[in-house]
Write a protein that binds this ligand. Structure first.
Ligand SMILES: Nc1ncnc2c1ncn2[C@@H]1O[C@H](COP(=O)(O)OP(=O)(O)OP(=O)(O)O)[C@@H](O)[C@H]1O
Ligand SMILES: [Mg+2]
Length: 250
């Protein structure tokens, strides 16, 4: 069964960056099968990992809605959708990646969405680890893209406003219809030692902090991949120290 790690947080807190670094560490430290899911329609997880993603689930849904009868003979509609989803997964070195995107058309997607939920659950269970980079809302989690999340990592900056947003996300997760085994709070871009008391009202367990890293800034200026970040980068070293809890199985 896939160990599902979902990264959430308000806009611009570093969800994609941290998701990419988690993927990098899992890829380097475990002999595992790994699926990255870009669940943000303004997707850039692929870019952060130096992978060009082809089609998205959204564009696939549009195609199916446009040509509902184009199912090869001898194939059920469900099997066809499963086959199509498999075909849009990009294979990179050490991991696969799937982009959710967003359907553009006005069509009714209820049936396909239902099938999709089953297909995605099955897909997730085929990997040892699945890392989901979410958009600022919890759209995909509330649509139950995954049946269960083993580790939800809420990213926040160290400010009071940032922590309030993290607290709101934490509360929102309680309304979701999916089971979340462990909830963590990760403070990103914190240069001073973070005062733990500030996070005491948030239900999620405080995992620690990731410093602001000049090297990440340089990489994002060039649009390069975070897989090229040096092993010595302060952000990566911090995540190595505190990340174990995110991917350990319990
Ligand atoms: N620890 C860090 N040190 C330096 N820069 C960082 C760090 N974390 C993230 N950044 C930078 O902050 C910006 C926002 O990060 P990122 O895109 O990961 O956030 P996000 O939460 O995914 O944003 P969005 O909500 O738009 O998807 C990026 O330019 C990224 O390079
Ligand atoms: Mg992002």
């Amino acid at each position: 069964m896939g160990h599902v790690i979902a990264v959430a947080g308000k806009g611009g807190t570093g969800k994609t960056t941290i998701a990419a670094l988690i993927i990098r560490l899992l890829k380097e430290s475990k002999r595992c099968s790994l699926l990255a899911i870009d669940a943000d329609p303004n997707s850039n997880l692929g870019e952060s990992l130096g992978v060009e993603t082809k089609q998205t689930i959204g564009s696939l849904l549009d195609e199916i809605a446009k040509h509902p009868d184009e199912i090869p003979s001898g194939m059920t509609k469900d099997r066809f959708i499963e086959f199509q989803v498999q075909s849009i997964i990009s294979e990179a070195e050490g991991f696969d990646i799937l982009s959710m995107g967003k359907p553009e058309g006005p069509g009714c997607y209820c049936y396909v969405n239902n099938v999709l939920r089953g297909v995605l659950s099955k897909l997730v269970s085929n990997y040892d680890y699945v890392v989901i980079d979410n958009e600022a809302g919890l759209e995909h989690l509330s649509r139950r893209t995954a049946r269960q999340v083993d580790s939800l990592v809420i990213i926040s900056d160290p400010t009071v406003v940032g922590l309030k947003a993290a607290s709101r996300i934490d509360k929102l997760t309680k309304e979701l219809e999916i089971k979340i085994k462990n909830k963590f709070l990760l403070i990103n871009r914190a240069n001073e030692t973070f005062d733990q008391k500030k996070a005491s009202e948030i239900g999620a367990k405080l995992l620690g902090q990731i410093p602001n890293d000049e090297q990440i800034y340089k990489i994002s200026l060039n649009g390069s991949s975070l897989l090229q970040l040096s092993q010595e980068a302060v952000s990566l070293r911090a995540l190595v120290k505190i990340g174990e809890k995110i991917w350990q199985n319990n």
